[in-house]
Design a protein around this ligand. Structure first.
Ligand code: FUB
Length: 328
Protein backbone atom coordinates (compact mmCIF):
# COMPACT_ATOMS: atom_id res chain seq x y z
CA UNK A 1 0.00 0.00 0.00
CA UNK A 2 1.49 3.33 -0.94
CA UNK A 3 0.02 6.76 -1.53
CA UNK A 4 1.71 10.00 -2.59
CA UNK A 5 1.15 12.50 0.23
CA UNK A 6 -0.22 16.01 -0.27
CA UNK A 7 0.23 18.70 2.39
CA UNK A 8 -2.79 19.06 4.66
CA UNK A 9 -4.50 15.99 3.17
CA UNK A 10 -4.79 12.58 4.83
CA UNK A 11 -1.39 10.91 4.70
CA UNK A 12 -3.01 7.49 4.20
CA UNK A 13 -6.62 6.52 3.62
CA UNK A 14 -6.58 2.71 3.98
CA UNK A 15 -6.52 2.90 7.80
CA UNK A 16 -7.48 5.55 10.35
CA UNK A 17 -4.45 7.12 12.02
CA UNK A 18 -3.92 9.72 14.75
CA UNK A 19 -1.39 11.19 17.19
CA UNK A 20 1.58 11.24 14.78
CA UNK A 21 5.12 11.23 16.16
CA UNK A 22 7.34 12.02 13.20
CA UNK A 23 11.09 11.45 13.15
CA UNK A 24 13.84 11.39 10.57
CA UNK A 25 15.72 8.12 10.76
CA UNK A 26 18.21 7.01 8.11
CA UNK A 27 17.33 10.09 5.99
CA UNK A 28 13.68 9.00 5.72
CA UNK A 29 10.60 10.39 7.47
CA UNK A 30 9.04 7.84 9.81
CA UNK A 31 5.64 8.43 11.33
CA UNK A 32 4.51 6.56 14.43
CA UNK A 33 0.74 7.08 14.73
CA UNK A 34 -2.05 5.62 16.79
CA UNK A 35 -4.28 3.26 14.80
CA UNK A 36 -7.95 4.23 15.23
CA UNK A 37 -10.52 1.47 14.97
CA UNK A 38 -14.22 1.46 14.16
CA UNK A 39 -16.62 0.25 16.86
CA UNK A 40 -20.07 0.90 18.29
CA UNK A 41 -18.98 1.32 21.92
CA UNK A 42 -19.48 4.31 24.21
CA UNK A 43 -18.23 7.84 23.49
CA UNK A 44 -17.46 9.87 26.62
CA UNK A 45 -15.08 12.27 28.39
CA UNK A 46 -13.10 9.28 29.60
CA UNK A 47 -12.01 8.64 26.01
CA UNK A 48 -13.56 5.14 25.83
CA UNK A 49 -14.09 5.77 22.11
CA UNK A 50 -10.33 5.62 21.51
CA UNK A 51 -10.17 1.84 21.48
CA UNK A 52 -6.90 1.32 19.69
CA UNK A 53 -5.11 -2.00 20.04
CA UNK A 54 -2.07 -1.96 17.78
CA UNK A 55 0.45 0.25 16.01
CA UNK A 56 1.49 0.58 12.39
CA UNK A 57 4.58 2.47 11.21
CA UNK A 58 4.40 4.73 8.14
CA UNK A 59 7.36 6.17 6.26
CA UNK A 60 8.24 8.20 3.19
CA UNK A 61 11.50 9.01 1.43
CA UNK A 62 10.49 12.68 1.40
CA UNK A 63 7.28 14.71 1.46
CA UNK A 64 6.64 14.06 -2.25
CA UNK A 65 7.22 10.32 -2.29
CA UNK A 66 4.70 7.53 -1.65
CA UNK A 67 3.88 6.66 1.94
CA UNK A 68 4.71 3.13 2.92
CA UNK A 69 2.72 1.30 5.60
CA UNK A 70 5.12 -1.11 7.28
CA UNK A 71 2.17 -2.97 8.78
CA UNK A 72 1.42 -3.90 12.37
CA UNK A 73 4.55 -3.51 14.50
CA UNK A 74 3.12 -4.13 17.98
CA UNK A 75 -0.23 -5.45 19.28
CA UNK A 76 -1.62 -5.14 22.80
CA UNK A 77 -1.96 -8.93 23.03
CA UNK A 78 1.85 -9.13 22.91
CA UNK A 79 2.39 -6.70 25.79
CA UNK A 80 2.26 -8.67 29.07
CA UNK A 81 1.46 -5.68 31.33
CA UNK A 82 -1.14 -3.99 29.07
CA UNK A 83 -4.87 -4.58 28.82
CA UNK A 84 -6.31 -2.04 26.36
CA UNK A 85 -6.15 1.40 24.71
CA UNK A 86 -2.83 1.68 22.93
CA UNK A 87 -2.85 5.48 22.70
CA UNK A 88 -0.39 7.99 21.26
CA UNK A 89 3.05 6.42 20.70
CA UNK A 90 6.52 7.89 20.30
CA UNK A 91 9.83 6.65 18.88
CA UNK A 92 13.50 7.36 19.50
CA UNK A 93 16.91 6.13 18.35
CA UNK A 94 19.84 5.59 20.69
CA UNK A 95 22.44 2.89 21.39
CA UNK A 96 22.04 1.59 17.82
CA UNK A 97 18.39 0.65 18.56
CA UNK A 98 14.96 2.03 17.89
CA UNK A 99 12.61 2.48 20.82
CA UNK A 100 8.82 2.65 20.65
CA UNK A 101 7.25 4.28 23.72
CA UNK A 102 3.52 3.80 24.18
CA UNK A 103 0.80 4.32 26.79
CA UNK A 104 -1.80 1.69 27.56
CA UNK A 105 -4.00 0.72 30.49
CA UNK A 106 -2.49 -1.91 32.75
CA UNK A 107 -4.54 -4.79 34.23
CA UNK A 108 -5.88 -2.44 36.94
CA UNK A 109 -7.08 -0.02 34.20
CA UNK A 110 -4.41 2.55 35.08
CA UNK A 111 -2.54 4.18 32.21
CA UNK A 112 1.18 3.40 32.19
CA UNK A 113 3.93 3.93 29.65
CA UNK A 114 5.76 1.02 28.09
CA UNK A 115 8.71 0.65 25.79
CA UNK A 116 9.53 -1.80 23.00
CA UNK A 117 12.69 -2.11 20.90
CA UNK A 118 13.69 -2.99 17.36
CA UNK A 119 16.85 -3.00 15.25
CA UNK A 120 14.80 -1.26 12.51
CA UNK A 121 12.82 2.00 12.56
CA UNK A 122 10.05 0.07 10.77
CA UNK A 123 9.77 -2.51 13.54
CA UNK A 124 8.41 -4.97 14.52
CA UNK A 125 9.00 -3.94 18.14
CA UNK A 126 9.57 -6.30 21.06
CA UNK A 127 8.00 -5.02 24.27
CA UNK A 128 9.58 -5.09 27.70
CA UNK A 129 7.77 -7.37 30.18
CA UNK A 130 6.84 -4.49 32.51
CA UNK A 131 5.88 -0.88 31.98
CA UNK A 132 8.51 1.77 32.73
CA UNK A 133 8.73 1.77 36.54
CA UNK A 134 7.12 4.87 38.01
CA UNK A 135 5.41 5.81 34.73
CA UNK A 136 1.79 6.91 34.57
CA UNK A 137 -0.72 8.77 32.37
CA UNK A 138 -0.37 9.04 28.58
CA UNK A 139 1.25 10.67 25.55
CA UNK A 140 4.99 10.04 25.92
CA UNK A 141 7.27 12.31 23.89
CA UNK A 142 11.00 11.66 23.96
CA UNK A 143 13.41 14.48 23.26
CA UNK A 144 17.06 13.60 22.65
CA UNK A 145 19.27 16.60 23.31
CA UNK A 146 22.54 17.29 21.52
CA UNK A 147 24.47 15.88 24.50
CA UNK A 148 22.55 12.56 23.97
CA UNK A 149 20.56 12.97 27.20
CA UNK A 150 17.00 11.75 26.55
CA UNK A 151 14.03 13.33 28.29
CA UNK A 152 10.56 11.79 28.40
CA UNK A 153 7.60 14.16 28.65
CA UNK A 154 4.15 12.77 29.30
CA UNK A 155 0.73 13.39 30.77
CA UNK A 156 -2.85 14.07 29.77
CA UNK A 157 -5.93 15.30 31.63
CA UNK A 158 -9.37 13.60 31.86
CA UNK A 159 -9.14 10.15 30.18
CA UNK A 160 -5.36 10.45 30.43
CA UNK A 161 -5.65 10.38 34.26
CA UNK A 162 -3.05 13.09 35.04
CA UNK A 163 -5.31 14.68 37.69
CA UNK A 164 -5.27 11.41 39.62
CA UNK A 165 -1.49 11.63 40.24
CA UNK A 166 -1.29 15.02 42.00
CA UNK A 167 -0.25 13.44 45.30
CA UNK A 168 2.37 11.22 43.67
CA UNK A 169 0.10 8.16 43.96
CA UNK A 170 -2.99 7.17 42.00
CA UNK A 171 -6.16 8.61 43.55
CA UNK A 172 -9.18 7.29 41.65
CA UNK A 173 -11.56 10.22 42.18
CA UNK A 174 -9.09 13.13 42.30
CA UNK A 175 -10.17 16.27 40.48
CA UNK A 176 -8.08 18.93 38.73
CA UNK A 177 -7.05 22.22 40.41
CA UNK A 178 -9.55 25.08 40.94
CA UNK A 179 -9.78 27.51 37.98
CA UNK A 180 -7.66 30.18 39.71
CA UNK A 181 -4.97 27.71 40.88
CA UNK A 182 -1.88 26.89 38.80
CA UNK A 183 -2.69 24.47 35.98
CA UNK A 184 -1.22 20.99 35.94
CA UNK A 185 1.79 20.77 33.65
CA UNK A 186 3.18 17.84 31.70
CA UNK A 187 5.72 15.71 33.53
CA UNK A 188 9.32 15.38 32.43
CA UNK A 189 11.99 12.90 33.48
CA UNK A 190 15.49 12.14 32.26
CA UNK A 191 15.67 8.66 30.75
CA UNK A 192 18.38 6.20 31.72
CA UNK A 193 21.23 5.52 29.31
CA UNK A 194 19.50 2.31 28.11
CA UNK A 195 16.22 4.24 27.59
CA UNK A 196 14.24 1.64 29.55
CA UNK A 197 13.70 3.51 32.80
CA UNK A 198 13.50 7.00 34.24
CA UNK A 199 16.82 8.24 35.59
CA UNK A 200 15.22 11.04 37.58
CA UNK A 201 11.96 11.72 39.31
CA UNK A 202 9.22 12.90 36.93
CA UNK A 203 8.95 16.63 37.61
CA UNK A 204 6.05 18.84 36.66
CA UNK A 205 6.86 21.41 33.96
CA UNK A 206 5.76 24.93 34.83
CA UNK A 207 4.39 27.08 32.00
CA UNK A 208 4.19 30.81 32.71
CA UNK A 209 2.59 33.71 30.88
CA UNK A 210 4.56 36.62 29.40
CA UNK A 211 4.56 38.27 32.86
CA UNK A 212 6.09 35.20 34.45
CA UNK A 213 2.92 34.06 36.25
CA UNK A 214 2.06 30.34 36.10
CA UNK A 215 -0.86 29.63 33.76
CA UNK A 216 -3.97 28.89 35.75
CA UNK A 217 -6.23 25.85 35.35
CA UNK A 218 -9.07 28.14 34.25
CA UNK A 219 -7.02 29.58 31.40
CA UNK A 220 -8.19 26.88 29.00
CA UNK A 221 -6.96 28.80 25.94
CA UNK A 222 -3.36 28.36 27.03
CA UNK A 223 -2.95 25.76 29.76
CA UNK A 224 -1.59 22.27 29.15
CA UNK A 225 -4.07 19.45 28.47
CA UNK A 226 -2.24 16.61 26.63
CA UNK A 227 0.03 15.66 23.74
CA UNK A 228 3.40 17.26 24.66
CA UNK A 229 6.18 17.61 22.09
CA UNK A 230 9.64 19.10 22.45
CA UNK A 231 11.99 20.36 19.77
CA UNK A 232 15.00 22.65 19.71
CA UNK A 233 15.40 25.61 17.36
CA UNK A 234 18.20 28.15 17.52
CA UNK A 235 19.33 26.83 20.93
CA UNK A 236 15.88 27.29 22.52
CA UNK A 237 13.61 24.51 23.72
CA UNK A 238 10.06 24.59 22.36
CA UNK A 239 7.32 22.77 24.28
CA UNK A 240 4.13 22.39 22.24
CA UNK A 241 0.89 20.74 23.31
CA UNK A 242 -2.88 20.50 22.98
CA UNK A 243 -5.16 22.75 25.02
CA UNK A 244 -7.80 19.98 24.99
CA UNK A 245 -11.10 21.68 25.78
CA UNK A 246 -10.25 24.64 23.51
CA UNK A 247 -8.81 22.34 20.83
CA UNK A 248 -5.67 24.30 19.94
CA UNK A 249 -2.04 23.37 19.45
CA UNK A 250 0.03 25.98 21.29
CA UNK A 251 3.65 26.40 22.35
CA UNK A 252 5.98 27.81 24.96
CA UNK A 253 9.75 28.44 24.94
CA UNK A 254 12.55 27.90 27.48
CA UNK A 255 16.32 27.83 27.80
CA UNK A 256 16.04 24.55 29.73
CA UNK A 257 14.28 21.30 28.68
CA UNK A 258 12.87 20.95 32.20
CA UNK A 259 11.42 24.49 32.08
CA UNK A 260 9.99 26.81 33.17
CA UNK A 261 8.53 27.59 29.74
CA UNK A 262 7.04 30.92 28.68
CA UNK A 263 3.79 30.71 26.75
CA UNK A 264 3.98 32.12 23.20
CA UNK A 265 0.85 31.41 21.15
CA UNK A 266 -1.01 29.15 18.76
CA UNK A 267 0.55 26.86 16.16
CA UNK A 268 -2.68 25.32 14.86
CA UNK A 269 -6.25 26.52 15.53
CA UNK A 270 -8.94 23.88 16.16
CA UNK A 271 -9.31 21.16 13.55
CA UNK A 272 -12.31 18.94 12.82
CA UNK A 273 -12.77 16.65 15.84
CA UNK A 274 -12.34 17.00 19.59
CA UNK A 275 -8.70 16.00 19.85
CA UNK A 276 -5.66 17.64 18.34
CA UNK A 277 -2.20 16.09 18.60
CA UNK A 278 1.04 16.73 16.79
CA UNK A 279 4.78 16.49 16.34
CA UNK A 280 7.32 18.87 14.83
CA UNK A 281 10.28 17.61 12.83
CA UNK A 282 13.03 19.02 10.67
CA UNK A 283 13.70 17.21 7.39
CA UNK A 284 16.59 18.59 5.39
CA UNK A 285 16.08 22.39 5.21
CA UNK A 286 12.43 22.52 6.22
CA UNK A 287 10.35 22.03 9.33
CA UNK A 288 7.04 20.17 9.35
CA UNK A 289 4.03 19.88 11.63
CA UNK A 290 2.40 16.45 11.66
CA UNK A 291 -1.12 16.51 13.12
CA UNK A 292 -4.51 14.89 12.73
CA UNK A 293 -8.17 15.68 12.23
CA UNK A 294 -11.18 13.51 11.50
CA UNK A 295 -11.96 14.70 7.97
CA UNK A 296 -11.34 11.27 6.44
CA UNK A 297 -14.25 9.75 8.39
CA UNK A 298 -16.50 12.76 7.71
CA UNK A 299 -16.23 13.95 11.30
CA UNK A 300 -16.32 10.76 13.38
CA UNK A 301 -14.18 11.91 16.26
CA UNK A 302 -12.44 8.60 16.96
CA UNK A 303 -11.64 7.81 13.32
CA UNK A 304 -8.92 10.30 12.58
CA UNK A 305 -6.31 10.85 9.87
CA UNK A 306 -2.74 12.08 10.04
CA UNK A 307 -1.76 15.09 7.94
CA UNK A 308 1.30 17.33 7.62
CA UNK A 309 2.03 20.96 6.82
CA UNK A 310 5.21 23.00 6.51
CA UNK A 311 6.00 24.95 9.69
CA UNK A 312 7.87 28.25 9.49
CA UNK A 313 9.37 30.65 12.02
CA UNK A 314 9.46 34.40 12.24
CA UNK A 315 12.92 36.02 12.53
CA UNK A 316 12.41 36.32 16.33
CA UNK A 317 11.94 32.56 16.66
CA UNK A 318 8.17 32.60 17.10
CA UNK A 319 6.19 30.09 15.05
CA UNK A 320 3.85 31.27 12.30
CA UNK A 321 0.32 29.98 12.85
CA UNK A 322 -0.80 27.36 10.33
CA UNK A 323 -4.25 27.51 8.73
CA UNK A 324 -5.54 23.91 8.84
CA UNK A 325 -8.01 24.50 6.00
CA UNK A 326 -6.43 27.13 3.72
CA UNK A 327 -8.88 26.66 0.84
CA UNK A 328 -11.98 27.20 2.95
O1 FUB B 1 -5.61 9.02 20.64
C1 FUB B 1 -5.99 8.90 21.98
C2 FUB B 1 -5.76 10.18 22.71
O2 FUB B 1 -6.45 11.23 22.07
C3 FUB B 1 -4.33 10.64 22.72
O3 FUB B 1 -3.53 9.97 23.64
C4 FUB B 1 -4.53 12.08 22.99
O4 FUB B 1 -3.41 12.88 22.80
C5 FUB B 1 -5.66 12.40 22.05
O5 FUB B 1 -5.21 12.62 20.73
Amino acid sequence: MSEVPKPQQPLVTHIFTADPSAHVFEDRIYIYPSHDLDHDGPVNDNGDQYKMEDYHVLSMADTESPVKDHGEVLHVKDVPWASRQMWAPEAAFKNGKFYLFFPARDHKDIFRIGVATSPSPAGPFKPEEQYIPGSFSIDPAVFLDEDEQAYMLFGGLWGGQLEKWQTGSYVEHAEGPAPDAPALGPRVAKLSEDMLSMASEALEIVIVDQEGKPLTAGNEDCRYFEGPWMHKYNEKYYLSYSTGTTHKLVYAISDNPMGPFTFQGTILPPVMGWTTHHSIVQFREKWYLFYHDCSLSGGIDYKRCVKFAELTYNPDGTIRMIDPYPEK
